[in-house]
Design a protein around this ligand. Structure first.
Ligand SMILES: Cc1ncc(COP(=O)(O)O)c(C=O)c1O
Length: 361
């Protein structure tokens, strides 16, 4: 077993190295300007009755998720939601079976909790679809959590319900849970399928937030959906971590949820336009191999020849542009590019990327 993680290499890089004029590394939709969230000062209070959830926010999150309020645990972003969900189902020495490639902090958090981390592959050749047979091969009687993201970070691949059901059945066979990080699922907007939780509430635990698909990262409004008994356990665990959230953020989250259709329309228009721009760029670059862009706000192309770290260095030094090197996902010949930014940022970044690819030869 490798030593327990004490942090996230990826997160440290994201906080200290991804900022740039043309930042195609950060994964959310461009922040909604505060002035576009129509709140009045009376909507904000510093202190309120938030113990095991602030009831008006619980109601709205439950309505959004289509579940009862007792299934919802509010959390600081999907980050804390993931940590709490993993902590609720993993004891030291248990096995966590996590997709590869994966969002690094999921792996690091499981490792920090003392889990023995095993991986199941999502292969580039399969456009990062999950093959349940590969999950089965990696499963053991010690597996307590199967962990995946839907849409997938880094590829944005959608996991269909049939596959989720097969994974649920595998989990049931060893009495494990399936933890699904759905932070990007809302980026499908009206095409979004129901949450995996609805497939089997006893088996699936899902995490999400308003941070990515809506440009509301600063609110840190996240949540877990779990069966009521697990939700109660997770609230109790949270007494050791977040305890209570910033109430002003809870109040503003309610305003955001009330205006979500409008916020979503802005995000969708931005993503649709940017996705078309990026697809046109990819269509003209034979040195990149990438499945057609269908959903989400990130893509994970493979550089057919040349070195990705060199490409990233040239991008940063000569073109004020950042993308995420694939080594953070264990796939050094890929890189992750985000397109939730403003169109001018995407255009500037792609100009730099085109020039850097030309220079690689
Ligand atoms: C798959 C995944 N989960 C969770 C997060 C963190 O989300 P949040 O900002 O809601 O904490 C990210 C951020 O990039 C992510 O990609």
């Amino acid at each position: 077993m490798s030593p327990r993680a004490r942090g996230s290499e990826y997160m440290e890089w994201a906080k200290t190295r991804s900022q740039a004029r043309f930042n195609l590394a950060s994964s959310g939709v461009a922040e909604l300007p505060t002035s576009e969230l129509p709140f009045r000062i009376e909507d904000v209070e510093l202190t309120g009755p938030s113990f095991y959830g602030y009831p008006p926010l619980q109601e709205r999150l439950a309505r959004k998720a289509g579940v009862a309020p007792e299934c919802v645990v509010a959390a600081t972003g999907t980050s804390m939601a993931n940590f709490l969900a993993l902590a609720a189902f993993l004891e030291p020495g248990d096995e966590a079976l996590i997709e590869a490639p994966a969002y690094g902090p999921l792996v690091d958090a499981a490792s920090y909790l003392g889990a023995d981390v095993r991986r199941f592959p999502r292969r580039a050749e399969d456009a990062f679809a999950i093959d349940p047979d590969r999950v089965r091969s990696a499963l053991t009687p010690r597996t307590r959590a199967i962990v995946l993201s839907n849409l997938h970070n880094p590829s944005s691949a959608l996991v269909d319900n049939g596959t989720l059901q097969r994974i649920g059945a595998l989990a049931r066979s060893v009495r494990a849970r399936v933890i699904v990080d759905e932070v990007y699922l809302d980026a499908l907007f009206e095409r979004a399928p129901p949450s995996a939780f609805t497939l089997d509430p006893e088996r699936f635990v899902v995490t999400s937030s308003l941070t990515k698909a809506y440009g509301l990262g600063g609110l840190r409004c996240g949540w877990i959906v779990a069966d009521p008994e697990s939700a109660r356990r997770i609230w109790r665990l949270n007494d050791l971590f977040g305890v209570v959230p910033a109430h002003a953020a809870e109040r503003l989250s309610i305003v955001a949820l009330e205006h979500l259709p409008k916020v979503a329309a802005r995000a969708k228009a931005l993503l649709d336009a940017n996705r078309a721009t990026l697809q046109r760029f990819f269509d003209g670059r034979a040195e990149l191999e990438v499945p057609p862009l269908r959903a989400g706000m990130i893509a994970f192309p493979r550089l057919r020849r040349g070195d990705v770290d060199t490409l990233c260095a040239v991008l940063r030094e000569k073109h004020e542009t950042t993308v995420v090197p694939g080594r953070f996902f264990g796939m050094g010949d890929h890189f992750r590019i985000s397109y939730g930014c403003l169109p001018a940022t995407l255009a500037g970044g792609l100009q730099g990327l085109g020039a850097a690819l030309d220079a690689l030869g």
